[in-house]
Design a protein around this ligand. Structure first.
Ligand SMILES: [Zn+2]
Length: 197
């Protein structure tokens, strides 16, 4: 399974510290899968990441349970599970696009110009399709996290509902990273992922 943890440095600094980065110590935690044993260190794996100002391979700390053999990987919060592009990139591309009144092509042109990251229409289509599919679960999770007084969106259209949800995150949360980390730790979906397992 994967867990997301808060990181106070940029991907560049995270990478430069390599194995000496102060990763959270889970050796006193019980295995989240069988709850029978404490976790043991289990090396690292390498993962590719594209973020603002960063493109390259980073290390991911891994733990293993000596009883059931289940592993736990620690993703720094700028990573989106199972995606090469960073969490910030996923959030800002979607929030930007759902609030954009022009064409997709003009949005991408503007976004690439502002963020300096290569980005394609296919990728944005993929993100849009997936977040629209996750819309109801994201809405439920935001209610759990923010306890809003009223509904997050009064629209029946998923496109508008996603736009309202992203807007709530932008205006209420300290950063979108906090929101996605919290979502993921509750076994719910993240922006583009249906399950934490
Ligand atoms: Zn176990």
């Amino acid at each position: 399974m994967q867990k997301i943890f808060k990181v106070d440095v940029s991907p560049n600094v995270y990478k430069s510290q390599d194995k000496s980065f102060p990763f959270p110590d889970l050796t006193h935690s019980f295995c989240p899968q069988c709850h029978k044993q404490h976790l043991h260190l289990h090396g690292f794996y390498r993962r590719y990441l594209i973020a603002k100002g960063f493109e390259g391979i980073i290390l991911i700390r891994r733990y293993i349970c000596p009883d059931c053999g289940g592993t736990v990987s620690l993703l720094p919060w700028f990573c989106h599970p199972r995606r090469t592009y960073s969490m910030g990139f996923v959030h800002y591309s979607l929030a930007g696009f759902f609030g954009w009144s022009g064409t997709m092509v003009s949005f991408i042109r503007e976004f690439v110009f502002n963020h300096g990251i290569p980005f394609t229409r296919q990728l944005l289509y993929q993100y849009r399709k997936r977040i629209l599919k996750n819309c109801n679960r994201i809405m439920m999770d935001l209610v759990r996290q923010f306890h809003p007084d009223g509904p997050i969106s009064d629209s029946v259209y998923d496109r508008k509902r996603v736009k309202d949800a992203l807007n709530l995150i932008e205006t209420t949360a300290p950063t979108p990273y906090t929101v996605s980390m919290d979502m993921f730790s509750h076994g719910s979906c993240t922006y583009l992922t249906l399950s934490a397992i």
